[in-house]
Design a protein around this ligand. Structure first.
Ligand SMILES: Nc1nc2c(c(=O)[nH]1)N[C@H]1C(S)=C(S)[C@@H](COP(=O)(O)O)O[C@H]1N2
Ligand SMILES: [Mo]
Length: 170
């Protein structure tokens, strides 16, 4: 009888464990306006097969920050937001590339290797304020241009997608 009970307790503990592990897969639902949709090879989703984010969900991720100039803005600004590698890890993404689409129809492929090599931000604030669409917001795949001179070429410029609205992991 005692043995049965302990087996039952063990079984219940296992079920609860699995329950917790599964619950972690589920992303919270966006409450505000959706500003980013991530699709493709990701394990954590909230809207069918995609991960939809509002602004607050993105600021809830660990934030990273630095000052940098860019080829499009003369003076350096302070930028902050999640690191691209942290965002992809959070979604349990697995892919060699991401395909990024912007509000203005621009698209780019970025090797995920970039995110291991550089602190690439999904910048969502400039000088601690949300970035307007006119100022390359609301989301900008931003490379630390001032910290690595090898980034100042057409290859990396073309990957610095502003006005990001969709990311597909491939
Ligand atoms: N959203 C968005 N991001 C973008 C682009 C764009 O047109 N739209 N152009 C890319 C390319 S190819 C380059 S070289 C740089 C600079 O574009 P520009 O010379 O038109 O300013 O931004 C990159 N990011
Ligand atoms: Mo370009």
């Amino acid at each position: 009888m005692k043995k049965r009970l302990s087996i039952a307790v063990l079984w219940l503990a296992c079920v609860l464990q699995v329950g917790v592990a599964n619950a972690e897969q589920v992303l919270p639902d966006p409450e505000g306006r959706v500003i980013l949709k991530v699709s493709g090879n990701i394990d954590r989703t909230n809207v069918s097969e995609e991960a939809h984010f509002d602004f607050a969900m993105l600021t809830d991720l660990p934030q990273h920050q630095y000052y940098t100039g860019t080829p499009w803005t003369r003076q350096p600004f302070h930028y902050s937001g999640p690191l691209m590698r942290d965002l992809l890890a959070y979604l349990e993404a697995d892919g060699k590339h991401i395909h990024v689409s912007a509000l203005n129809g621009y698209e780019a492929y970025i090797p995920t290797r970039d995110f291991a090599e550089y602190d690439v931000l999904l910048a969502l604030k400039r000088n601690n304020e949300p970035i307007s669409i006119r100022e390359y917001g609301p989301l900008w795949v931003l490379y630390p241009f001032d910290h690595h001179t090898e980034l100042l070429n057409e290859t990396f410029r073309s990957r610095a997608v502003w006005q990001v609205m969709k990311i597909d992991v491939r």
